[in-house]
Design a protein around this ligand. Structure first.
Ligand code: PLP
Length: 457
């Protein structure tokens, strides 16, 4: 079953060939959906006592199972937040797997962690956070947000004995990502939601704080601002909000899971002003920094506070804290113990291409949104709901009902042509169903956008 198995060598070659082929094509087939019952009929039992053999299993994968996935890097996949890992990053993801590195402790994963940290230094430099700020790679934005709010809550509790008895309260806006609310549930904190999906301003935050009852104000420990809302690409007034957090002694977490990549883009960098005063920042390299899944990041102004919140204790772990094993231990700064060195593919890709190439590729996403906006304005059957923001474009097909958007989405998906999904936007008091593009992939063309809009005529 292990090494030296001749079949396995052949299988390795087959798999490498498949991987090379998949990495080489820029327009992979867009999978069309099938339900579980249908798939089961097609592939039958795959987990059996004796095994069905690698060749058979791999054939089933190629023939049936791969074909029902939608590749996130398809240039006409503009739904949710797609992705576009570089070939260098994807190849090094294979290397990461093959190298079997434990990424929790320096003692075991020094080489991998060194590389992760080099990439992290660049990420931190984009934020403008002061010297001493640093971060770690996580499984994604959700885990990064959780790691940050646990740190914030523990810090708040450490400041004042009375806080230890209190249930925490977080203030954010409706535009914040669902994971902020979900992670507040995990730590059993309440969330006060400011009713706006538009840019959250400092004065709105101040008003919300001033409007809290005394007991609520005493429970408030953090503000979560968004650096690029997932739905519309809106960046909150980070400068204004950070000033208030300083005055009110509140933790500022900036969730830039999607938008964080745009810190590299000179054309929009000023929109993030104030981010350098945050206490923690989430950025997802698997969204707009061309890393394969899964790769998020959490950055702290004072990593020591994260360590106080997250470092795990255990007799079998003591050796890692020993002088002889000294080094940076990523496990101490987020919720996960055993971890993949998931920042390694990003490091290799950055080293290969250089940071200028990253700048250009992110700028291209923003440019594609501008191009789409102009196209939409020039066509009679569609109109912009709001001006494009970062790489998000919200637009409506004039005269369509919600069901029309859904049918259109399914139609294009079933044809294997495109994946563009509807969303909602509040206009006045009501929520309107609209269509949304999110551009990440620099291989998406103007022609792709034109063709998609044509299917709406
Ligand atoms: C995508 C996203 C998240 C969640 O990140 P995952 O990597 O999916 O866990 C959180 N916040 C924002 C703003 C996002 O766009």
């Amino acid at each position: 079953m292990h090494k030296l198995d001749i079949d396995l060598i052949e299988m390795t070659m087959d798999i490498m060939k498949y991987a090379i082929n998949r990495i080489s094509i820029s327009q992979p087939e867009m999978g069309t959906p099938k339900n579980e019952e249908t798939l089961k009929k097609l592939v039958g039992e795959t987990i059996t006592e004796k095994g069905i053999g690698g060749e058979v299993a791999f054939d089933l994968w190629k023939e049936h199972l791969m074909k029902v996935n939608v590749p996130v890097d398809h240039p006409r996949n503009l739904a949710f937040v797609p992705a576009a890992p570089t070939r260098a990053a994807t190849m090094f993801d294979l290397v990461t797997s093959a190298s079997s590195i434990h990424g929790a402790y320096w003692m075991e994963g020094a080489g991998g962690i060194f590389c992760e940290n080099e990439a992290m230094k660049w990420l931190v430099s984009l934020t403008g956070l002061p010297k001493g700020a640093f971060g770690v790679f996580t499984s994604g934005g959700t885990a990064a947000n959780l790691s940050a709010i646990v740190t914030a809550r523990e810090y708040w509790r450490s400041q004042n004995k009375q806080n230890q008895q209190k249930r925490g309260l977080i203030l954010t806006s409706v535009g914040a990502h669902s994971s902020v609310k979900a992670m507040a549930k995990v730590i059993d904190a309440d969330v006060f939601l400011i009713e706006t999906e538009d840019r959250l301003s400092g004065s709105t935050v101040q008003k919300a704080i001033d409007g809290l009852e005394r007991q609520e104000r005493e429970r408030l420990f953090a503000i979560v601002a968004t650096g690029g809302t997932t739905n519309a690409g809106i960046i909150d007034d980070l400068d204004g909000i950070s000033t208030i957090c300083e005055q009110e002694n509140l933790w500022l977490h900036v969730d830039a899971a999607y938008g964080g990549g745009a810190l590299a883009a000179d054309s929009v960098r000023h929109l993030f002003n104030g981010i350098e005063k945050a206490d923690s920042i989430t950025i997802d390299p698997h969204k707009w920094l061309f890393s394969p899944y899964d790769c998020g990041a959490i950055i702290y102004k004072q990593p020591e506070l994260a360590k106080q919140a997250h470092a795990q204790e255990g007799s079998y772990l003591d050796i890692f804290k020993d002088e002889g094993a000294h080094g940076f231990n990523p496990t101490d700064y987020q919720i996960q113990l055993t971890r993949r060195v998931r920042g390694l593919p990003l490091w290799f890709s950055l080293a290969t291409h250089g940071t200028d190439k990253y700048k250009e590729s992110v700028e291209r996403g923003i440019e594609l949104a501008t191009i789409a906006g102009k196209l939409i304005e020039s066509l009679p059957h569609v109109e912009l709901v709001r001006q494009p923001s970062l790489s998000c474009v919200l637009y409506r097909r004039i005269g369509w009902e919600p069901q029309d958007y859904t049918n259109w989405t399914y139609d294009n998906h079933k044809k294997g042509f495109a994946l563009v999904t509807p969303t909602k936007w509040k206009s006045g008091d009501a929520f309107e169903t609209v269509s949304r593009f999110c551009f990440i992939n620099p291989d998406t063309t103007e022609k792709d956008i034109e063709m998609i809009l044509e299917t709406m005529v």
